[in-house]
Design a protein around this ligand. Sequence first.
Ligand code: NDP
Ligand code: BG6
Length: 513
Amino acid sequence: PSRKSKEGSSVITAPKEHEKPIDSYVNENKSTVSITVVGASGDLAKKKIFPALFALYYEDCLPEHFTIFGYARSKMTDAELRNMVSKTLTCRIDKRENCGEKMEQFLGRCFYHSGQYDSEENFKELDKKLKDHEAGRISNRLFYLSIPPNIFVSAVKCASLSASSANGWTRVIVEKPFGRDSESSAALTNALKQYLNEDQIFRIDHYLGKELVENLSVLRFSNLIFEPVWSRQYIRNVQFIFSEDFGTEGRGGYFDHYGIIRDIMQNHLLQILALFAMETPVSLDAEDIRNEKVKVLRSMRTLNIDDVVIGQYKSQTIGGVSYQGYTDDKTVPKDSLTPTFAAAALFIDNARWDGVPFLMKAGKALHNRRAEIRVQFRHVPGNLYNRNFGTALDRATNELVIRVQPDEAIYLKINNKVPGLGMRLDRSNLNLLYKARYEKEIPDAYERLLLDAVEGERRLFIRSDELDAAWSLFTPVLKELEEKKIIPEYYPYGSRGPVGAHYLAARYNVKWG
Ligand code: NDP
Ligand code: BG6
């Protein structure tokens, strides 16, 4: 069943949501949602957006009346779009028998319009087609900008001037990157705000849609046992780790302009950090949560270059298979210094977290794929059992691991007596493995976020002040790395990354988990 929104957004040309007649959003029969995927011919649209929309349809989460339009420059008929989309749809949620039928019904709701991203005329044509499908109902419109960032503003301009709803809401989902530093991000925000109100802009960070990231607040605020120890008094350090076991294959052109700090740290990992470290929000309302996230981001110390290690992967042969180095990619300049790995130590200068290192590590072409939060607790003062550990486990401390992916899990490393007549301790896990505990497959992050955008739920989207705060932490170091042409530490494809990351952690008395 569809989740009901508490509120919606305003529209430039239409009355504010609260000024509209009450039945305009209470009575769903009278309203319709038109979702336009701008850049529908692209990789993200095929890989993530259409499959997520289908999954929502399959689960009956979309409103009764909805239409999906693909929009891009490529020439395609509706049938060709459907054919393209059908190749990436799967019935992955469960194997219900009517999947094929549902897929046909879904595809029947998908249409295509070919146009330029800077043509008001072409968007007017789209508007006309949308109106035909809306058939006189109250029209709510969602545009998903799945296009390169240099054309965000022209597409938003044309969509808002020529194809925004006349009597319902209009919302725009904007994909990252939101600029590449404080300046360009502010310029993008200002440009978007010429055509949209802040509450119409849904800046997506798909990590916020991941199940275990959403669960962070539940874990903290609905269990008595975690919140009291969630501070410098009990926590020694916190680690946010992202690693991929493949390189930038196919996306080298994009990646070289951004690098791993902008691609993963400044957004995905920092967002998780903010949720991890924020104070208790007044309520679960989007603005209350985002207020707390901004506060914690603003309490952070600007990242210092001495607290950053960068690396870049080089070619390697593993088991007779040779893997290309980063600069072997034809779309990457041979002398590129762009980091494909980075480790950083960050600090939050507030009462709760004073002095606690928050370490981040993100890298491509490493030995495994994982995204984890690791919370290392302090030693037990005067621990009676210190001498009962084996030497390797001397003074073992508790560690809470939140494994975002793969194999979602939450586990707590505790000290335990090894059964037997002696008194020997080991470290064991209190383990919540999602696969074992929950039967149902976890929805893809894009499903949750698309549904939230349709329902006007902004909790998991980035507000502009959050974005400013995030950029101001990283911009000076990014500039310094680039201006000083700092050479990254090279690491072989498939390795554990540069050894410098260990020295950085050791400086703060931390061992990476
Ligand atoms: P693509 O490069 O595939 O571009 C999407 C579409 O935009 C293309 O099909 C093309 O459509 C049009 N396009 C591409 N280049 C240009 C250009 N220079 N000028 C005008 N139009 C162009 O992008 P993705 O689908 O990979 O990504 C879309 C957005 O999502 C980007 O902002 C990206 O940063 C972001 N993103 C992508 C991820 C991914 O995994 N792909 C992950 C996270 C974010 P046509 O020629 O038909 O008009
Ligand atoms: C994207 C990055 O935002 O996230 C990619 O641009 C990265 O470089 C991807 O591969 C990782 O997402 P996920 O959901 O596969 O972990």
